[in-house]
Design a protein around this ligand. Structure first.
Ligand SMILES: *[C@@H]1O[C@H](CO)[C@@H](O)[C@H](O)[C@H]1NC(C)=O
Ligand SMILES: *[C@@H]1O[C@H](CO)[C@@H](O)[C@H](O)[C@H]1NC(C)=O
Ligand SMILES: *[C@@H]1O[C@H](CO)[C@@H](O)[C@H](O)[C@H]1NC(C)=O
Ligand SMILES: *[C@@H]1O[C@H](CO)[C@@H](O)[C@H](O)[C@H]1NC(C)=O
Ligand SMILES: *[C@@H]1O[C@H](CO)[C@@H](O)[C@H](O)[C@H]1NC(C)=O
Ligand SMILES: *[C@@H]1O[C@H](CO)[C@@H](O)[C@H](O)[C@H]1NC(C)=O
Ligand SMILES: *[C@@H]1O[C@H](CO)[C@@H](O)[C@H](O)[C@H]1NC(C)=O
Length: 571
């Protein structure tokens, strides 16, 4: 994953002799508590360099707006305080992503909820919800609003627990879901795809694959591949969907009977893509190996979660080899995987036993409602390029005492640390301290070592870049860092919902440091299939010390669907 030119390589040899006398500053990983949300952050997305937009349900969260409960909140990363945002429909268990024009769209949700006191529930039916958050330039977010017009702007189908991703033409593909609130398995499925803006005259596309993935197939995990096709894993099966030809090609099923989507949430990520070939590799971790033929009342919060990760290279040879099995240090239900700018994957949150959702399994009452138990308090790093068998490590990683179970939100921030909030394995707000797993409003950050040392700084990043282009910007590299080891990551930080980060992506860019080491010239991704056009952050990591992320628009910034841009990859 080292991306350096030959000249850089020789420069680094010379420099490492010089820098031997100036040891690289060492930071440490640490958890820091800061601030309290007013809603449960069951969904979270970074919408600007300073703001995170969070969504929840309408069952008594304390944050108020217009004399009633708010269920959408903007978190200001500069002040670590939140402010309420008005929404019309119920966003409970929606999904979302950015479009190619920088607009964030939230899709799906739940029907009107009836808390004990109906006066706090002015929510509209959110199952066909489409909520538009236009690019927000105000660092405080005060002037930024969520736009909804349910009578004219809505999905084709009712979708609770759908997922979504931005595809090569900059639109959103929306996958699956269920029509009504189901307590555990998907028993009333919407096994189709649709798009926003709509394709097919607004008709849905039936998916035999989603049919086959019943009944643990909520929040299917979908990823845009560098050729424009879409990888989907749902329950224990996976496939590649060709959006243009409308074909589904089955891939090998997950080994050892492991299920990885809701209510048996594992998680999945597309590993970082690197030039020149951008070969896609999928990593799928956690979940449960208990059979779907077992009804929830015969399951227990104490059933061990799966410690299995499986990885597959999506080339004909890689698919032939199938899923390669690896083991995490501990099993995890509802793990989250965060791509880090240096190419490592952080695995965090979830519990070591049980299931997602609440109030469904036999002994849910001994855990005060949670179907999941034994929170996994120590994160793990996965290094994709290390040898099989030695990729996981918790060395140097801190342990927290805050359980992040069902309905947690977590994301990498533009500063480069990890925002953690939420957890609420209950049907309402429980904060009286008598419960094992309260509704959690405490915000926490996990700081990587680079947060506490002098970091490279970037200046003069353009607002917008084209595909297959060269861009030069200024960089200030602290003394003591090996300038022969530079990685430049173009990232979509993803939309966090239910142990999945929709559209999350890292594409490494070829980079060349100027002779005076004051500017960096990077080559943008070859085309809109390698990086679906839309907003991104650029992070530069020098000798494992990462800069803050700089916001950038990738592609022409037009509204979807956009034309193909850039050059094709060699076949
Ligand atoms: C919390 O965040 C605020 C705003 O960034 C900052 O001023 C304050 O020092 C932070 N507190 C802690 C304990 O880190
Ligand atoms: C219902 O909510 C209203 C407005 O918040 C409050 O004034 C009233 O006391 C509540 N009633 C009950 C029974 O909780
Ligand atoms: C996947 O799960 C389904 C539903 O429980 C089951 O019928 C099927 O046999 C499983 N398939 C594989 C390949 O494990
Ligand atoms: C199921 O997973 C648990 C936890 O990882 C493991 O102990 C058990 O051996 C697995 N069972 C089968 C049949 O693979
Ligand atoms: C949990 O306890 C509540 C209240 O006693 C009861 O209504 C519910 O059925 C119990 N749930 C399970 C899964 O046993
Ligand atoms: C805590 O809150 C729950 C849910 O509102 C309630 O059932 C329980 O009685 C409360 N316990 C105490 C000690 O107040
Ligand atoms: C982006 O495109 C969407 C879908 O057409 C539209 O609703 C939105 O207003 C557009 N935003 C901008 C900034 O043009």
């Amino acid at each position: 994953m080292r991306i350096l030119t030959f000249s850089l390589f020789f420069a680094s040899l010379a420099l490492s002799i010089f820098s031997a006398s100036t040891p690289k500053p060492k930071g440490e990983w640490n958890f820091v508590r800061n601030g309290t949300t007013g809603i449960t952050a069951s969904q979270a997305i970074v919408v600007s360099p300073t703001l995170i937009l969070m969504f929840d349900r309408v069952l008594g969260d304390p944050l108020q707006i217009d004399g009633h409960q708010a269920w959408v909140e903007l978190w200001n990363l500069e002040t670590n305080t939140g402010s309420a945002v008005n929404a019309i429909t119920d966003t409970f268990c929606a999904s979302g992503s950015f479009l190619s024009n920088g607009t964030m769209v939230s899709v799906g949700g739940t029907a009107v909820e009836f808390p004990p006191n109906v006066t706090i529930a002015p929510d509209g039916d959110g199952r066909q919800g489409i909520r538009i958050f236009e690019p927000c330039a105000d660092p405080t977010g005060r002037s930024c609003t969520l736009f909804e017009d349910p009578s004219t702007l809505h999905l084709a189908a009712n979708r609770w627990y759908p997922s979504s991703l931005r595809i090569f033409d900059g639109s959103l593909m929306i996958l699956g879901g269920t029509h009504v609130i189901v307590p555990f398995y998907n028993t009333d499925p919407e096994n189709t795809f649709e798009f926003f803006p709509p394709k097919d005259n607004g008709q849905t596309r039936p998916s035999p694959f989603l049919e086959q993935s019943m009944p643990s197939n909520l929040f299917p995990r979908g990823f845009a591949l560098p050729d424009g096709k879409v990888f989907v894993v749902a329950n224990n099966v996976s496939m590649i969907y060709d959006v243009e030809a409308q074909t589904e090609t089955m891939l090998p099923p997950l080994p050892n009977g492991v299920h990885v989507t809701n209510p048996k949430d594992g998680t999945a990520t597309l590993l970082p893509l690197s030039p020149p070939e951008y070969i896609p590799e999928m990593l799928v971790c956690g979940g449960s190996n208990t059979s779907d033929s077992i009804q929830p009342l015969d399951l227990s919060s104490q059933n061990p979660a799966s410690d299995q990760c499986t990885r597959m290279t999506l080339t004909p040879e890689g698919i032939e080899k199938g899923w390669i099995v690896e083991k995490m240090p501990v099993g995890r239900m509802m793990p989250e995987m965060i791509l880090l700018p240096n190419g490592q994957v952080l695995i965090i949150n979830g519990g070591k036993s049980g299931y997602a959702a609440y109030g469904a399994v036999a002994d849910t009452n001994t855990t005060d409602g949670s179907n999941c138990d034994h929170p996994a308090f120590t994160p793990v790093l996965y290094t994709p390029d290390d040898a099989l068998g030695s990729r996981f490590s918790s060395e140097g990683l801190p342990t927290t005492d805050i359980a992040r179970l069902y309905h947690s939100g977590v994301t990498l921030t533009p500063s480069g640390n990890i925002f953690l909030a939420g957890s609420n394995p209950h049907g309402g707000v429980v904060t009286n301290g008598s419960e094992i797993f309260n509704t959690d409003f405490r915000v926490q950050f996990l700081n990587p070592p680079y947060m506490s040392v002098q970091r490279p700084t970037l200046k003069g990043i353009p607002e917008k870049v084209a595909f297959n282009d060269k861009v030069t910007f200024e960089i200030d590299i602290p003394k003591g860092l090996d300038t022969g080891d530079i990685k430049v990551a173009l990232m979509d930080l993803g939309f966090s919902s239910h142990a999945f980060h929709s559209s999350s992506r890292l594409v490494f860019m070829e980079a060349e440091l100027s002779k005076d080491e004051k500017s960096l010239t990077v080559t943008t991704p070859p085309n809109n299939r390698v990086y679906p056009p839309g907003p991104a952050f650029i992070f530069v990591t020098v000798d494992d010390v990462t800069s803050e992320g700089a916001a950038i628009m990738v592609g022409n910034g037009a509204s979807p669907p956009v034309e193909d841009q850039g050059i094709s990859l060699p076949a």
